[in-house]
Ligand binder design. Structure first.
Ligand code: SF4
Ligand code: SF4
Length: 181
């Protein structure tokens, strides 16, 4: 059975005139102009008050991310003596669902007063940012608040090998090239 065809809707005279005079186009342009005109006298928070730009000027200015954003990993140091807070317990590596953390350690004799104890000492730490899904499980498992996912989102690298952050990168962070033009 042939499908029934619906007759094309006839345009009213008002709609035809509206089309001919490009009314909808001018309405759209007026709305755009209203937003742009506002940008001329409403400077953006934290931006140059004399320059009313309302788009984010990245990389000149770092984009703001939400408080709960999880980005680049960091290994925190003790603020008093600069020593690593990591006790090489391996909990972060064990809990990671995608195995992107490798903790290296050795057992060393550590003198505590008259006593000499054997203690695990961190030697290497690898964090593969290409595999991480930023679930935060490793941070929650860390007993010393050493491991942290910071608000830095600049994780792009030129080569695949750059995704593997070693202990030095995790402790000192990355020196990004800042373009100012
Ligand atoms: S955030 Fe999740 S995926 Fe990334 S290293 Fe930690 S546990 Fe693994
Ligand atoms: S859980 Fe924390 S203390 Fe333990 S190995 Fe990982 S970063 Fe170090």
């Amino acid at each position: 059975m042939a499908a029934a065809t619906t007759p094309a809707k006839r345009r009213t005279l008002g709609q035809i005139i509206r089309r001919l005079l490009l009314i909808d186009l001018f309405k759209g342009l007026a709305l755009t102009f209203r937003y742009n005109a506002r940008a001329l006298y409403e400077p953006r928070d934290g931006g140059n008050p004399l320059q009313a730009i309302y788009t984010e000027q990245y990389p000149k200015e770092l984009a703001r991310v939400s408080e709960r954003f999880r980005g680049a990993p960091r290994l925190n140091l003790d603020p008093e003596n600069g020593a690593s807070l990591c006790i090489a317990c391996d909990l972060c590596a064990v809990v990671c669902p995608v195995d992107c953390i490798e903790v290296g350690s050795i057992r060393r004799e550590v003198r505590d007063g008259d006593k000499v104890n054997k203690k695990k000492v961190l030697t290497t730490f690898i964090f593969d940012t290409s595999r991480c899904m930023f679930c935060n499980l490793c941070v929650e498992a860390c007993p010393t608040d050493c491991l942290e996912l910071t608000q830095s989102f600049e994780l792009a690298v030129y080569h695949r090998s750059g995704f593997r952050w070693d202990r030095e990168m995790l402790e000192k962070g990355i020196n990004y090239v800042r373009y100012t033009k």
